[in-house]
Design a protein around this ligand. Structure first.
Ligand code: E4P
Length: 224
């Protein structure tokens, strides 16, 4: 599983990059707008935190293929490293993807809600497709089922495109996606934390501490 952090909050990125096996950061225009600060210093700081080898996915704000390609080149030039331009699925986006593929610029095709969109994006050369799990669940669409179908279709056609499931609102959605072989997920820091939290784990650790301290007090192993 490839874990990516879905935020532009620098404190959260710093924390999660240190404590979790993170492969990168994704943003979209809403996430950037939430940070409400200058665009370039923000994305350059994200790159500085995660380093050049981790993935940085930044979404284009352009609508036609030529402008999308130009913007992707500009962002890649400025942020460097492992960069993927996020492009919403559509005719112009597909045209841009085919051009970017030739230029060697990574593409994540986003705002995916159906397997037919995902397969078309993959055939155009997208490196990742990003289905929106929770937004599908919100309309009784079963986001995880859509992810499962996309994973299986990409496998059937031998596509190297990976599924980057997105738009999660709880840990169970991530768990279900992992169960159907989803290659990667992008989640908030809250969800990352939920994925490793369990009250039984807390109780087990409390029990170990109580038993140890009951016999050895404050001594640690190095004190013996
Ligand atoms: C990926 O980066 C998507 O843009 C994002 O996960 C969408 O999440 P939302 O449905 O919470 O806005």
């Amino acid at each position: 599983m490839i874990y990516i952090l879905d935020t532009a909050n620098l404190a959260a990125i710093k924390h999660c990059n240190e404590f979790y096996p993170l492969s990168g950061v994704t943003t979209n225009p809403s996430i950037i707008a939430k940070a409400n600060t200058d665009f370039w210093p923000l994305v350059e700081e994200i790159r500085a935190i995660i380093g050049p080898d981790k993935m940085l996915h930044i979404q284009t704000t352009q609508k036609n293929a030529e402008d999308i390609v130009a913007e992707a080149k500009l962002i890649k030039e400025r942020v460097g490293g492992e960069f993927y331009v996020k492009i919403p699925i559509g005719e112009e986006g597909l045209k841009a993807t085919m051009q970017l593929k030739k230029l060697g610029i990574g593409v994540t095709m986003t705002a995916i809600f159906t397997p037919t969109q995902a397969l078309m994006a993959a055939m155009a050369g997208a490196d990742f497709v990003a289905p929106y799990v929770n937004r599908l669940d919100n309309i009784i669409g079963d986001g995880c089922e859509v992810v499962a179908e996309i994973v299986s279709q990409l496998e059937n056609y031998g596509s190297p495109c990976k599924v980057l499931a997105a738009s999660f609102k709880n840990a169970e959605q991530v768990h279900k996606c992992a169960s159907v072989g989803c290659h990667s997920v992008t989640v908030t820091d809250d969800i990352l934390k939920m994925l490793i939290s369990h009250p039984m784990t807390d109780a087990a650790i409390a029990g170990f501490d109580k038993d140890w301290h009951g016999v050895y007090g404050d001594k640690t192993i190095k004190d013996f």
